[in-house]
Design a protein around this ligand. Structure first.
Ligand SMILES: CC(C)(COP(=O)(O)OP(=O)(O)OC[C@H]1O[C@@H](n2cnc3c(N)ncnc32)[C@H](O)[C@@H]1OP(=O)(O)O)[C@@H](O)C(=O)NCCC(=O)NCCS
Length: 168
C-alpha cells in the first residue's frame, strides 16, 4: 500500500479523476448529474470543504461537506451536510476511509459546526466516529386522485388553536 496523504482538494486537482472515483463508488452519472456534481464539487473545493485522499497524484478517496441548517426548537442551527464519501475499491479496507472522515470532522469542527449529518450506506465507520441514526428520509408517490378520498377534518382540530393542548 503506497503512502496516502489526506489533504483538501483544490481547484487545480484533476476533477476527471474525482468523477471517476465517484462513479466507481456510486454508479455512472448521467450527463446532467455529472455537470451538477462538478459544479458543486469545484465550488466546495474553492471553499475548502472538499477533502481528498491521495496516493501520490492518484485520487484514492474523497468526501465533501455542505453548509446546511437544521431546525431545533424553532432555531436554525448550522449543520455540516456530509456527502460524496468514497474510497477507491483498490484502496478500501486499509483505514483510509477512517482517516478521511476523521480529517473531515476536524475541518467541520474547526468551522464551528455543532452538527454534522449524512446518509450512511454502512454504519460501523460513522458510528465509531460519533454519528448515530437520528431519523430517516422518506419518499412517497401518491396519485392525485387519492386526494379526493381524504377523510373529513378532525372536529377537534377544526375547533382551532384555542382547543389544542399546550405543546412544549
Ligand atoms: C465506506 C467506505 C468509504 C469505507 O472506506 P475504507 O477505506 O474501506 O474504510 P476503512 O478501511 O477506514 O474502515 C473503517 C471502518 O469501517 C468498517 N467498514 C468499512 N467499510 C464497511 C462496509 N462496507 N460495511 C461494514 N463496515 C465497513 C471497517 O471494518 C472499519 O472498521 P474498524 O476500523 O473498526 O475495523 C468505502 O467502503 C467506500 O467507498 N464504499 C463505497 C461508497 C460508499 O458506500 N460510501 C459511503 C456513502 S455513506
Amino acid at each position: 500500500m503506497p503512502d496516502v496523504v489526506i489533504r483538501p482538494v483544490t481547484p487545480e486537482d484533476d476533477f476527471d479523476a474525482q468523477v471517476d472515483l465517484g462513479q466507481r463508488a456510486f454508479g455512472i452519472y448521467s450527463p446532467a448529474q455529472k455537470a451538477n456534481w462538478l459544479y458543486t464539487a469545484r465550488l466546495r473545493a474553492r471553499q475548502g470543504m472538499f477533502l481528498g485522499a491521495f496516493a501520490g497524484q492518484q485520487a484514492a478517496g474523497a468526501a465533501i461537506f455542505h453548509d446546511l441548517r437544521q431546525w431545533w426548537a424553532g432555531r436554525a442551527v448550522p449543520c455540516a451536510g456530509v456527502s460524496s464519501v468514497k474510497v477507491a475499491p483498490e484502496y478500501r479496507g486499509h483505514g483510509i476511509g477512517r482517516r478521511l472522515m476523521t480529517g473531515l470532522l476536524a475541518a467541520i469542527a474547526a468551522r464551528g459546526y455543532p452538527l454534522a449529518a449524512l446518509y450512511p450506506a454502512t454504519m460501523p465507520i460513522y458510528r465509531s466516529l460519533g454519528w448515530e441514526l437520528a431519523g430517516g428520509r422518506y419518499h412517497a408517490t401518491i396519485p392525485a386522485r387519492s386526494l379526493r378520498d381524504l377523510l373529513a377534518p378532525d372536529a377537534a382540530v377544526a375547533a382551532g388553536p384555542a382547543e389544542w393542548p399546550a405543546v412544549r
